[in-house]
Design a binder for this molecule. Structure first.
Ligand SMILES: *[C@@H]1O[C@H](CO)[C@@H](O)[C@H](O)[C@H]1NC(C)=O
Ligand SMILES: *[C@@H]1O[C@H](CO)[C@@H](O)[C@H](O)[C@H]1NC(C)=O
Ligand SMILES: *[C@@H]1O[C@H](CO)[C@@H](O)[C@H](O)[C@H]1NC(C)=O
Ligand SMILES: *[C@@H]1O[C@H](CO)[C@@H](O)[C@H](O)[C@H]1NC(C)=O
Length: 275
């Protein structure tokens, strides 16, 4: 009986629209063509290099030994996968490697990056530089159906420190944040850092794991999130980064993403009622 119910759910699933199919993609590296080939939507200050994307511009010239006198301030970059993906009901797993570096001879560094589930494929909102991390507009206030995991390198007045991971929904005042100090990881160390974000659509839990590249991932955040109350069912996924009055570089080195749609809520409810 249970088997038949499951079978009918999966048959229903199989016959629904193509966008409801499992979707996986993987970028083992990036190249000069990453933004122009059509597989990614790159907006703002994003620049593709050989091997990585830089989400905010680099102060170095092509010969890479020269730093311009002015650092790239008040910048925002956003990279999204070209097509929407299912956020709920679904099992989601994404893994990526970032590298955030201070500039030589600077004492401070800001502002950080996010992984974002965005309601549309638009560029970051206007004036979303600095502490707004490319996800909130200063003028609009918060009324955005999005979910972001922030990798925040700067201590704003409302932040715990300049080395934390937080979860943002309708405000940059994270609904939850935790300092990475306990892990020994320094976000702006200039070392590649691997991050894995998982969402379990059955238990409605969001997990964030993190490690320096080459080390085993440590689960760092476990947080209940009701995805259906946070973002549309179909979202664009990707990254943002921002600089403010202080600057740093934000690199994305690789990215894999998988979403496996689950039977829809209404079906689950119907079956529960039947029993
Ligand atoms: C590097 O680029 C800077 C700025 O364009 C230039 O002034 C400098 O001469 C270049 N250095 C070399 C070794 O080409
Ligand atoms: C950093 O400062 C040192 C010492 O003043 C100087 O020799 C070096 O050229 C500076 N580096 C850059 C990239 O400006
Ligand atoms: C929030 O956004 C929704 C959808 O765009 C809109 O209908 C609503 O009026 C907005 N609310 C506020 C307070 O701006
Ligand atoms: C993390 O370490 C930095 C540098 O030592 C410190 O300034 C900051 O307060 C620490 N964060 C927390 C939450 O203790």
């Amino acid at each position: 009986m249970i088997f038949l119910v499951l079978l009918s759910i999966f048959l229903h699933q199989a016959s629904s629209s193509p966008v409801n199919q499992p979707l996986s993609f993987s970028f083992s590296s990036f190249s000069q063509l990453s933004c122009s080939s059509g597989s990614l939507i790159c907006t703002g200050a994003v620049t593709p290099y050989n091997g990585y994307l830089s989400l905010t511009s680099e102060p170095f010239q092509s010969n890479s030994s020269y730093y311009s006198a002015t650092l790239p301030l008040n910048e925002v970059g956003r990279v999204l996968y070209k097509q929407p993906v299912i956020a709920w009901p679904a099992m989601i797993s994404t893994t990526f490697t970032i590298r955030i570096s201070r500039y030589p001879n600077t004492t401070d560094s800001a502002d950080g990056m996010t992984f974002v589930f965005a309601p549309d494929s638009n560029p970051s909102p206007p004036n979303s530089y600095g502490s707004s991390l490319g996800i909130f507009s200063r003028s609009q206030g918060g009324n955005v159906s999005q979910l972001a995991v922030e990798l925040d390198t700067y201590k704003n007045g409302f932040d715990m420190d300049g080395n934390h991971i937080g979860i943002d929904t309708t405000s940059v005042l994270s609904s939850f944040a935790a300092s990475l100090n306990s892990t020994g990881i320094d976000l702006k160390s200039g070392r590649p850092i691997k991050v894995q974000i998982d969402y379990d659509g059955w238990t409605k839990m969001l997990y964030v794991s993190v490690a320096y590249h080459g080390y085993p991932l440590q689960r760092f955040i476990e947080k209940p999130i009701i995805m259906s109350e946070t973002v549309p069912s179909s979202v664009y996924v990707g990254f943002t980064a921002a600089t403010g009055a202080i600057s740093e570089s934000h690199h994305l080195l690789d990215w894999t993403f998988t979403t496996f749609p689950l039977p829809s809520y209404s079906l689950k409810k119907q079956n529960l009622v039947k029993h």
